[in-house]
Unconditional design. Structure first.
Length: 233
């Protein structure tokens, strides 16, 4: 563990039966000017990453994103490390945070998580020439994210650019299909999955602890009748 408690928020190094493993937590905004404890800068993180002597680094991500330049630096620092890198989406990996996600050869999305990709954006003022130049600069910045996405997902540049143009929010299953993650970790495996479906909830309550009678009509019909009485569809 590092002596500096500020850095302890972002990573810890633990021994596990002789194999060294480190966990890094990016649970805040990615910025070159960190103001609060959860803010993460490439300098603050890189100075710690380069000193980690571990066989595996797990990077846990829950961030709305931030500065692309910072995210690119963090991604490149992680990829340059000798350890195996696994990135894990514990909540949101939005915008610049999705770039850091690409650092992992193994990229995991929790079953309840989201990933957002989109072109770089900024706030600018000035004359027409200034605005045109800024637009060109944004295209250049966006292209670096595109390069990382294409390399990791195996998708074509055209596919990735089109997806980003939609400001695309992806659930784990879609992120897996696109190649942004390599697997989904289901923490609800073996348990009743949460649902926002009225029909599924009522069906679960009606059938809980009951053995279906082959002579009776299907439970689905019973549930539909029940819902119809309350005008639910």
């Amino acid at each position: 563990m590092p002596n500096n408690k500020t850095h302890a928020t972002y990573w810890s190094l633990v021994q596990d039966e002789g194999s060294r493993e480190a966990d890094i937590y990016i649970f805040g905004d990615i910025t070159s000017w960190p103001w609060i404890e959860s803010d993460v800068s490439s300098w603050r993180l890189a100075t710690q990453i380069t000193n980690i002597d571990a066989d595996e680094i797990r990077v846990h991500i829950n961030s709305y994103g931030g500065e692309v330049s910072e995210a690119l630096a963090i991604m490149n620092t992680l990829m340059s490390h000798k350890a195996r890198v696994t990135t894990i989406v514990d909540g949101f990996a939005c915008s610049a945070a999705s770039v850091i996600l690409m650092a992992g050869d193994k990229r995991i999305a929790q079953s309840c998580s989201n990933i957002l990709v989109h072109p770089a954006s900024t706030i600018v003022s000035g004359n027409a020439a200034k605005l045109r130049a800024e637009a060109d600069d944004l295209d250049t910045v966006t292209e670096q994210s595109v390069t990382a996405y294409v390399a990791r997902t195996g998708r074509s540049r055209e596919e990735i650019v089109s997806l980003m143009a939609e400001d695309r929010f992806m659930a784990p299953e879609e992120a897996l299909e696109w190649g942004f993650v390599t697997e989904i970790q289901d923490l609800f495996a073996g348990e009743e999955r949460p649902t926002q479906s009225v029909r599924q909830t009522v069906a679960r309550l009606l059938t809980a602890g009951k053995t279906p009678d082959p002579a009776s009509k299907p439970a689905k019909k019973t549930v539909e009748d029940f819902l119809s009485a309350f005008g639910a569809r």
